[in-house]
Design a protein around this ligand. Sequence first.
Ligand SMILES: Cc1ncc(COP(=O)(O)O)c(C=O)c1O
Length: 429
Amino acid sequence: MAWTRVRDEALRERALQVIPGGMYGHMSTARLPADYPQFFHRARGCRIWDVDDNEYVDFMCAFGPNLLGYQDPAVQAAIAAQQALGDTMNGPSEVMVELAERFVAQVSHAQWAMFCKNGTDATTMAMVIARAHTRRRVILVAHDAYHGADPWCVPLSRTAGTVPEDRAHVAYYAYNDPQSLEDLMRRHKGDVAAVFATPYRHDVFSDQQALNADYAHAARRLCDETGAVLIVDDIRAGFRLARDCSWSLLGIAPDLSCWGKCFANGQPISAVLGSEPLREAARTIFVTGSFWFSAVPMAAGVETLRQIAQTDYLERLEAAGRSLREGLAERARAHGFALRQTGPAQMPQILFDDDPDFRVGYAWTAECLKNGAFFHPYHNMFLSAAHGPQDIALALDAADRAFETVRRVRGTLGPVPQLAPVIEYLARK
Ligand SMILES: Cc1ncc(COP(=O)(O)O)c(C=O)c1O
């Protein structure tokens, strides 16, 4: 069936009337190539269908939540069973305790768990626990690291509606740079409540950077020396690098870790996990939400954590990522392109050499889309355990056709207008 976007266009027009800007947040297509669909109809395994029924092999996994495959049968069965009993009630169901037990058994630094809805709830809760524990104010965060969309952490390029006081006690260091972290610690001596760190550097519009062991060990040491709380934000990469907290790969235990997106395979739930010394502070803070105790996402979490512990899901998604990476490199070379494929293969970032304003990448991802592969031009992507060899082969065929088209039109490509503010921000940095 020919690729179309008639229904998507109509929905966008209706949305413009009743949703500010037509869409908002990370799922707005405003900065994507013009052909990207805004609205989707269904999803199964590693495939998604947009509202025009165009089918794609999906490499965004809903920006992370799809870990085992959309509508994984065992997770769906757990959802249905809990749904039949009750979801949002006067209090949590017993699955909350089971989920906390499973998490504590799974993640080596954790002795307790608290649940919320979105990743931003979890990072904000971790910040509050750290301040309650230390009775200090300052939170150290890496430049350009994303920790959510509350006023204290919304990206510095998107601060409309916030005031400087929202981040009066947030200070910035250079990710992976132990000296920068140490200098900042010294500057705020006696007042540092927490150091936030991501599993590796996964900023948008840039090559991804592996975690530097010197920096990670320095972060642990500096927190130990000063009494500050080390927080690993595993919301994006959690359970895609390891079956434990991501920094466990270096043998480093944070005091708190933040989880979201994938541990209930798409159901809305996030978590803060903590070590024993933080338990008392976590007990004293007041955090809550009408839907934080709903049982259905927790039941989905129990089943997802069971599969994380008992299946080869991780090896499968790593293998799929590797074959995608190798296949893309080969096809790009054959068409005269040099790709920069960075980050773990199961969370790939794909940028083009000699493409400073991303115009080639935009053209290529737009062509891939029309050929049935859903890639992202500037955000890291995600593999799921449902990506099989056949899906990767289809995606590589789509990519191959896209390379061929872009090779022919490369000389005629102009700047991408919707990227102008980003290019300006990157140039100012
Ligand atoms: C590292 C990291 N932290 C926090 C968040 C915020 O999560 P949410 O969008 O669920 O609030 C995200 C979301 O992408 C993230 O990648």
